[in-house]
Design a protein around this ligand. Structure first.
Ligand SMILES: [Zn+2]
Length: 443
């Protein structure tokens, strides 16, 4: 069966499993007392619905940001084997900052090799979970200000070697939790050669994992900054770096592009309008037609925001979030008619306070209206227990989704990913095989 012709319909076994899904949700909601945050709910694994979502074949994760991919426990485990990563053991606000220090180089005051610091008890897992995630949010800052300090603590990926090792750990983790394909948004700083060297290191990590997992695949999206205080020249050079990577770093094993899309990131409410970059982005995709725009927009509560209409003007193939589309209802048909996929990240939206209760999240309305949609994890390292599982759990629990709905969301992640048609077809066949096995073993 071709993935293009596939239509979601439940067979008899799936209909029985759908009833089980409802029962698991009822069981969870009976014990639910109004607050859900995967970082706080350490007992999620006790929950039958969560385990169901863990084993559910979810396909691909199409919206994640580099250096925010490994959940805390996984990240700690990885750091323990990295002799060149050091951590600042002094006080906040720098406490917990990571740096890569080459063998033999002087160690700055206050820094200690991570494995030593962790074994010596300078940090507990609980403390790291607090200072490396949104759990550590405090009343003296906005949540985004805190969020950005977490990124500042993770500025250790300063050599190609560490980039390669980190991403290999990320890819192996994704393989282990059953995800078949991921698309990572990376910032393309530096000279074009430096940016290409970073992309090559990520590709090498992907190839290393592909040796044992030939079905697993990875794509990059090159991202620039859109903060209003960042010079347009900086954003332009980041986009040019992305073009350079697109041209020079290919997935030669699959014969496909490796960097497939462009985006601009940052907190939307402190950024320039997307239209400010319209000329730049339009030029990039006009000169490189195989590159597509996948634009963050609508990640805001501002009633006057026009980021969704501005992004749609640029003809993206996907949009990141699109949370406040409800303020532009006339554009729902544009999204549907042009088959533009919405990358919805429910847990991220909750933890960054765009919604305080997932039952009020507008995406369920978009989904019911038939708008193309996937679930994605955004910055799982700083927001989640298990990448994507938390998002499927949140949607299954609070949006009253059926098994057919979950199946459609998983299928969409393959349908709307950026792999070639051939790769999508084999990804789809593997996903279907896993799905059938899941149905049989979960009944
Ligand atoms: Zn994002």
């Amino acid at each position: 069966m071709l993935f293009k012709d596939y239509r979601i319909a439940l067979n008899e076994a799936e209909q029985s499993l759908d009833k089980r899904l409802s029962a698991l949700r009822d069981e969870f909601l009976r014990s639910y007392h109004g607050e859900f945050n995967p970082l706080k709910n350490s007992d999620l694994w006790q929950n039958g619905l969560y385990r169901f979502c863990h084993f559910l074949p979810k396909g691909a994760d199409l919206h994640i940001h580099g250096l925010a991919c490994l959940p805390v426990e996984e990240f700690i485990q990885w750091l323990m084997s990295q002799d060149d990563i050091f951590i600042f053991t002094g006080e906040m606000p720098k406490r917990g900052s990571l740096r890569t220090i080459a063998p033999g180089a002087a160690v700055p005051e206050g820094f200690k090799r991570f494995s030593d610091a962790f074994l010596d008890g300078d940090f507990s897992t609980d403390e790291l979970r607090t200072i490396w995630t949104l759990l550590g949010e405090n009343p003296h800052q906005t949540v985004w200000e805190w969020f950005e300090t977490i990124f500042d603590r993770h500025m250790y990926a300063t050599s190609d070697s560490i980039v390669r090792r980190y991403y290999e750990a990320v890819f192996r983790y994704y393989v282990r939790i059953g995800i078949q394909h991921i698309e990572i948004r990376v910032l393309t700083f530096g000279t074009p050669q430096e940016a290409a060297s970073m992309a090559t290191a990520i590709r090498d990590a992907y190839y290393a994992v592909m040796d044992s997992e030939p079905g697993f695949s990875v794509k990059l999206l090159g991202c620039g900054l859109k903060y209003s205080w960042v010079d347009l020249g900086v954003t332009t050079s980041m986009m040019e770096n992305a073009l350079y990577i697109h041209e020079n770093v290919k997935d030669t094993r699959r014969g496909e592009d490796f960097l497939v899309g462009l985006d601009l990131v940052n907190e939307e409410d402190r950024s320039n309008n997307i239209s400010f970059y319209g000329g730049l982005l339009t030029r990039c995709v006009r000169e490189h037609p195989s590159l597509k725009l996948m634009l963050h927009c609508g990640e805001t509560l501002h009633t006057g925001s026009t980021s969704v209409p501005e992004a749609l003007q640029l003809c993206p193939v996907r949009i990141g979030h699109g949370f406040n589309l409800f303020r532009h209802k006339h554009l729902e048909d544009v999204i549907k008619d042009n088959d533009i996929c919405m990358e919805v990240c429910p847990v991220s939206n909750l933890e960054l306070h765009y919604v305080n209760d997932l039952r009020k999240h507008p995406a369920i309305e978009y989904f019911r209206k038939g708008l193309p949609m996937v679930l994605a994890s955004d910055d799982p390292a700083f927001q989640e227990r298990e990448n994507l599982t938390d998002d499927f759990f949140a949607a299954a629990a609070f949006w009253d989704l059926s098994l057919a709905d979950l199946k459609l969301l998983a299928f969409n992640s393959i349908k709307y990913c950026s792999a070639s048609s051939e790769t999508k077809q084999s990804m789809f066949e593997e996903w279907l095989r896993r799905w059938d096995a899941f149905v049989l073993t979960s009944l």
